[in-house]
Ligand binder design. Structure first.
Ligand code: ADP
Length: 401
């Protein structure tokens, strides 16, 4: 069996999976692993395989040590990357700027190019490069492929991509809408035409990726025409801990009148806002429990979340003109029937009607949840970014043969 090793390298953690690129989106990966607390006195490597979990606790000073320790653990079980038929290593890279749209075979100049984009993603791209360098050194004979979170949105129409700020300043600082979660929006939207029996070249759809991070996209005939995240993943929908769209004047106000530093405001908007900022919790299961217990703040947080979601759905309906499908995906979108129902409540006059019975079925693969009469089909399609990265990486590797 041929596998792809998929690596998602963060600043203090590395997530990886060994994936069969021909698997289904809901299949468990062959192996999944997590290296945590890199650089701290006590680190941890966790590897899961065939329903079993193996843990090693030790200091992990660097990403190299973390991956080495993971590979040693897998080797001891006979499932190490050099013991399996690994055809490619796929790396998730957050920011591809205006440089990268398609997955890219990683050669030295590609690493340099990703490095040159660090100013656009100062936390993410350096960690992604660490992962790439470590993995290339450990597995030098296998093709490595970079898959960009921004890639799918690289060619947004200018009317959607440009911000109405001074053009020279914007250009000098590379300020524009890039969009994120592109791998997921592409993976999900590409399955929809088949599921609703339409020609992909004549399908207009809205995709709602609602996880801890959340984003919406409008996709016309396979190409995105708008998306809710911007220069950074802070924009758009209300998220677990991120504010989504706010009046930019709030930042000046907090700085000048609130006495907060830029770093404090950054932390506030990225980590202490969104549903958590309003209710105290960011997990929708906990939020639901609070709502059931009549917690006022939880109810308010939920309503702000739904209101913002409906704003985006409405504006993308207008942008697309005709909508064939609206699809929910990611942790909240796949599992929370209330969010789906409330997001599309009272839209019969636009040809959108969810069937409550279908909506209540458990999350079990791609499915249509609208009534048979609903002009716009409403779907739930599980996303699987690792599988999508594995498929793209396998394709690049095959093109080399
Ligand atoms: P990430 O954005 O971190 O990749 P996911 O797409 O896995 O996240 O989504 C994680 C979120 O999904 C959780 O924080 C939780 O709010 C939500 N979630 C997961 N399972 C359920 C469930 N059964 N019901 C409601 N929400 C859920």
């Amino acid at each position: 069996m041929a596998y792809v090793l998929v690596i998602n390298s963060g600043s203090s953690s590395v997530k990886f999976q060994i994936v069969d690129p021909n698997a289904h989106a809901s299949d468990d990966p062959f192996v999944s692993g997590l290296v945590e607390q890199i650089g701290e006195p006590q680190g941890r490597v966790t590897v899961k395989h065939a329903g079993q979990k193996f843990v090693v606790q030790r200091e992990i000073p660097t990403h190299t040590v973390g991956l080495q320790e993971s590979f040693r653990l897998l080797d001891a079980k006979g499932i190490g990357p050099t013991q399996l038929d690994i055809i490619a290593v796929g790396h998730r890279v957050v920011h591809g700027g205006m440089v990268f749209s398609a997955p890219e075979l990683i050669l030295d100049p590609v690493v340099e190019m990703i490095r040159s984009l660090i100013p656009l993603a100062p936390l993410h791209n350096p960690a992604n490069i660490d992962g790439i360098e470590v993995a290339r050194a450990l597995l030098p004979t296998i093709p490595h492929v970079a898959v960009f979170d921004t890639g799918f949105f690289r060619d947004l129409p200018p009317a959607a991509a440009l911000y109405a700020i001074n053009a020279d300043v914007a250009e000098r600082n590379l300020v524009r809408r890039y969009g994120f979660h592109g791998t997921s929006h592409e993976f999900v939207s590409s399955q929809v035409p088949d599921l609703i029996g339409r020609d992909p070249l004549h399908t207009r759809q809205i995709v709602l990726h609602l996880g801890n991070g959340a984003s919406a996209s409008a996709v016309e005939n396979g190409h995105p025409i708008d998306t809710s995240m911007g220069l950074t993943p802070l924009a758009g929908l209300v998220m677990g801990t991120r504010s989504g769209d706010i009046d930019p004047g709030i930042i000046f106000h907090l700085y000048r009148q609130g006495g907060m530093s830029i770093d404090e405001i950054d932390n506030l908007l990225n980590r202490q806002s969104g549903v958590k900022g309003l209710s105290g919790v960011n997990d929708f299961r906990e939020l639901r429990t609070l709502i059931d217990n009549e917690d006022e703040n939880a109810w308010l947080a939920y309503n702000v979340y739904i209101n913002q979601l409906r704003r985006y759905i409405g504006s993308y309906m207008i942008a697309l003109g005709r909508v064939d499908a609206i699809t929910f995906t990611a942790g909240v979108g796949e599992n929370d029937k209330h969010v789906r129902m409330d997001a599309l409540d009272n839209m019969h006059m636009y040809g959108i009607e969810i069937d409550p019975e279908k909506n209540n079925l458990p999350n079990d693969g791609p499915r249509i949840i609208s009534t048979d009469d609903s002009k716009v089909k409403v779907l739930v399609v599980p996303t699987n970014e690792e599988l999508a990265i594995a498929q793209k990486s396998a394709k690049v590797a095959a093109s080399l043969a």
